[in-house]
Design a protein around this ligand. Sequence first.
Ligand SMILES: [Cu+2]
Length: 137
Amino acid sequence: MKNSSNSCSSCTKLPLWVLVPFLAILAIIFVANSINASAETQVTITVYALSLNCVDNETCYSPSVLTTLAGNNVTWLNDSGVIHTVTSGNPQEGPDGTFDSGIIMSGDTFSHTFTEASNYQYFCTIHPWMTGTVIVG
Ligand SMILES: [Cu+2]
């Protein structure tokens, strides 16, 4: 026998007009987050940074060229076992004053928020063969 009455009278059903906008907002948040997540935001300084070979292998800072979006916070993790710096500028002309981590102890991090689109060169003042670039779009 078929019961035509509501068999789940204790269930709370949300009407469709509530669910659809709610799901649409969730979808927008999800898409916005995945766009942000697709921009890289971390650079790792590994043990390879101590070798001059890191210049040719592009492993002084990894990745040596990082592309991100304006407004993003980029974090450098010193996972190398020795101290380093992340200093804007280049070894030929020296620091340009845009950002400077100072000494980053092994295991520590340094973060900088890039608000303007540009190409930012940086280097390590202790090991000046270590260079990297952040491209902010
Ligand atoms: Cu260094």
